[in-house]
Every structure is written in structure tokens, then in C-alpha cells.
Design a protein around this ligand. Sequence first.
Ligand SMILES: Cc1ncc(COP(=O)(O)O)c(C=O)c1O
Length: 388
Amino acid sequence: MNRPLLNRRLTGLGTTIFAEMSELAVATGSVNLGQGFPDTDGPAEIARAAADAVMTGRGNQYPPGAGIPELRSAIAAHQQRFYDLAVDPDSEVLVTAGATEAIAAALLALVEPGDEVIAFEPYYDSYAACIAMAGGVRVPVTLRAPGFRPDLDELSAAITGRTRLILLNSPHNPTGSVFTRAELTTIAELARAHDLLVISDEVYEHMVFTGEHVPVASLPGMRERTVSISSAGKTFSFTGWKIGWITGTRELVAAVRTVKQFLTYVSGGPFQYAIAQALALPDEYYRSVAGGLLGKRELMCDGLAAAGFEVYRPAGTYFITTDIRAFGEVSGLEFCRKLPYTTGVVAIPSVVFYDNADAGQFQVRFAFCKREEVLTDALTRLSVLRPA
Ligand SMILES: Cc1ncc(COP(=O)(O)O)c(C=O)c1O
């Protein structure tokens, strides 16, 4: 048995950095600002709705493959309410095991071996793995500091006769960049001109501080070529429930559903009832999502800058990208491996999100979806750092 165990498509891709950093956090008693999950749960009434669903026997057995009708209707109503997008809950919505499964199923459904998939790097770590599993070829277009704007000429030049789709993520993890309507309009024009599909990962849609979230599917001619993805984990702060969804045309949803059927078939029955209720929360709740994070963004950006980091203030998401060169450091990876020992804080080296390592080697990402006292503690710990 001298063949490697891991499928060679995935060799070198499985970033072990999250596990390594989480272990370091535990071993050193550090404040973990590495992995991006909140340290407070979402609304108590929604948690209670999930518990009630379990206790009253709703969703304890396999729910319908596309998701329970109540949740599909609530997702369609959400798209109408926030974006004026009309979606048929019966044929144009699919509930998934988080956005992670939605991304995997969409790529496996829509990409044939050898197809090129353009994605803006740095990218969320599942993109490279899922493109590889589909046998696709990833074609990165780099978002560069300080603004992390999409270079639309570079995007245009990256399109070839083999390009199948563009994988978008706005608001963008890890940079916090929010693509503008003008940028998305140009991306949409390119997609239409070259007959490309778009997968649009919008899990941070309700976490925008500057600018607006524009679903690419709402732009002219894009509804029929876009798979839109979102997740309850982010918006309602229940990341462990793994309730995500896609919306798109009947044909796109049918293709993705075919793959989903063989990945998980269904998941999270009782949670689906609770998220159906959550999606109907009043506008005030949705405003509080970004509103509650804004003060933390300011606290962390100002604190990190005071500690000596160059800070790229995010327009959305709950991540901050920084540059560490002021400390005389040249490797974000080595910096993050030392940081728990020198300060008692864990962060993630952004280089793991890049193909083009040169663009990301000095960058380090901090998550700020934590309680204020945790962030203050982290900043106090980081204040021992000294610029070179
Ligand atoms: C850009 C992006 N997409 C998708 C996901 C995964 O979402 P879920 O937890 O719903 O699978 C994340 C989670 O961090 C993310 O940052």
C-alpha cells in the first residue's frame, strides 16, 4: 500500500492551520480569535423553537429533501423582503447542511473535470477543496491590500474558453471587503458576455458596516445564471446548527439538489423549524446584527492599530485583516505560531487563504465575533508587542 491515502486532488489543500491554532489556544490558555464563530448564541426564542420542535416531534425524522416547506417559504420571503427578489419556495430553494454543503454541492453539480473556476483570493478554505473535488481548475484573481478591491481587468483577462463559473463572496472573508454595485455590475456583464455561471456566497449579507450588500442575482440577466448561497449560522449566531440554503432557478436548484441528495440527503430537521421562525424576525433584529458588531469592529481596529498592526478596516463580516511588518516580521505563519506564547492570543495567518503566497504572507486575520470583554482582554494581551 504505497499509494497515499488522501485523494491526490486534495493533497496539500487540507489546511491544518485551524486545528493547529485551536490546539495552541488550548495548550497556552490563549484568547482564540482564530476561528470565526461567535461566543454568544442567537436569540433565546429561536433556541427554544428548536427545542420545542424536538420535543413535539417536528423534524426528528428525515425532513423533505429540499427542506421543510415552512423554511423554504421563509427563505423566499427573506429574498423578497430584503432584495425584492421573487423566488418560488417550491422549486427555487434548497436547504443545505450549512453554506459549506451548499458550496460543495453547487460546485460538484456545475463543474465538469477540467472546467476553470475563477475565485477571488484570499478565499474561504472550502473553495479550493471543493473545486478540486469537482475536478475543476481554480483560477485565482487576487484582492490586494489595502483596499482589497476586485481588479476587473484581471478578472476579464482570467476568463478563457474553459471558464465555467465565477465564485463570488461578498461580504468577503477574510478581507471584509464588500463589493460595490458598480463592481458587481461589471462582473455580471463579464458573466453574461462569456455565458458563465456564478456561485455567490453571501453568508455575511447582514454584516455590512459601510456600503450595501447587493446580491448579484438581483442584477439584470443574472437571476438565470446565479446560485445564491447563505447561512443561518452567521445571521442568527447558531453556527453549530448548520442550516444553510441556496436559491436559484428551478434548473440550477434541481442540479444542486441532485448532488445534495448523495452528500447528506437532509439534515437538521428540528433546526429548520426554528430558522423558519428566525427569518421572520423584525427588521430591528437584522439591523442589530451589524449594529452589534460595529462597536466591536471599532474597538478591535483601534486596539490593533495601537498595538502596532497595520489594520485594514473591514466594510463587512466579523474579520479584520492586518499586516505585521511593523513588528519586523516577514511571515504571518511564523508570527501566528509564536503569538500564543508571546502574548496569549491566537490569530490566523491569511497566507493559508491564498494560492499566490506573496500577496498574503504578511497578513494576519483576527475574528471579532466575541464578547467585548474577551476582545478587551485580547487587546491588553497584544499590547506587549513592540514595533521593530
Ligand atoms: C465565506 C464563508 N462561506 C461559508 C461559510 C460556511 O458557512 P456554514 O457554517 O453555514 O457552513 C463560512 C464560515 O465561516 C464562510 O466564512
